[in-house]
Write a protein that binds this ligand. Structure first.
Ligand code: NAP
Length: 259
């Protein structure tokens, strides 16, 4: 049976980048999408243009408690087959120059909102004895590098959350897939937070040299279909980094300090 065709998939961060490419690929495979982000007009235009029947469920994930409350109305009316926690915000600022409030903001969106939405869907998934939670973490959740201390902290954390929830949910037949992309050509560096919380609004050569959002979306869908626990997606050093970190941690520390 197809993991995608005919399935109800709740996708966050659907207005841009990896989420937008995922929305297009999943709709083409026959999924019924619930599209979440803050950009309502973009989501509505997307829902109209994609093949099939889709709905828009706007949320601001910088307030996970409110997002959890708002999600109760959704889960009361929809049986979610797959939740894809894709929305996220990156960072480009040094520890010495980053306000504490920026660390908190990154944690709200990249860590707590994943927990909030996962907790919103788990009661119905455990009751139905089926379901799949997918979270787009990052290679930055495996390897720390400069200017991403808050983002990396949140992504390391979310990988831990996914590992624990996977273990607890195995007996309920709810699957957990963690995706760790390397560099993907999206708006991520434009939207990245700087030390005072403003957006970077700049290209990042690492990101422009990355894989396309469509390639990333295809790899994510394959990971869902193959029911993988964790997949590293990307090319070059960003894809190799987690393996290098595991076997040659001191080498990776030296490279990170030089880059
Ligand atoms: N691109 C990369 O190189 C890369 C690498 C590793 C991991 N990732 C991860 O991949 C995921 C997608 O990122 P992307 O590269 O596609 O970046 P992007 O183009 O900047 O898209 C980010 C998405 O997240 C949504 N979002 C941001 N803040 C939100 C909030 N407060 N509430 C609700 N939605 C919010 C945005 O929607 P609105 O602005 O409309 O709300 C947008 O749809 C993120 O989790 C990111 O950390 C990306």
């Amino acid at each position: 049976m197809s993991k995608i065709n005919g399935k109800t998939i709740w996708l966050t961060g659907a207005s841009s980048g990896i989420g937008l490419a995922l929305a297009e690929a999943l709709a083409n495979k026959g999924a019924k999408l619930i599209l979440t982000a803050r950009s309502v007009a973009t989501l509505e235009e997307l829902a109209q243009r994609l093949p099939g029947e889709h709905s828009v469920f706007p949320l601001d994930l910088s307030n996970p408690e409110a997002a959890f409350e708002q999600s109760q109305a959704l889960v009361a009316n929809e049986a979610i087959d797959i939740l894809i926690n894709n929305a996220g915000v990156s960072q480009r600022s040094a520890v010495l120059e980053t306000d504490l409030s920026v660390y908190r903001q990154l944690m709200e969106i990249d860590y707590f909102s994943v927990i909030a939405l996962t907790k919103a869907v788990l009661p119905q998934m455990t009751a139905r004895k089926q379901g799949h939670v997918v979270t787009i973490a990052s290679v930055a959740g495996k390897v720390g590098s400069k200017l991403r201390s808050g983002y990396s902290g949140a992504k390391f954390g979310v990988i831990g959350f996914m590992d624990c929830a996977r273990a607890e949910m195995a007996e309920h037949n709810v699957q957990f897939t963690t995706i760790c992309p390397g560099f993907v050509r999206t708006q991520v560096s434009h939207n990245a937070l700087t030390g005072d919380g403003s957006k970077l609004n700049q290209e990042d050569p690492d990101i422009t040299g990355g894989i396309s959002p469509e390639e990333c979306a295809a790899a994510i869908i394959k990971a869902i279909e193959d029911n993988r626990s964790e997949v590293i997606v990307g090319k070059g050093l960003s894809k190799l980094a987690p393996t290098l970190q595991r076997f040659f941690p001191n080498l990776v520390r030296k490279i990170s300090a030089k880059r």
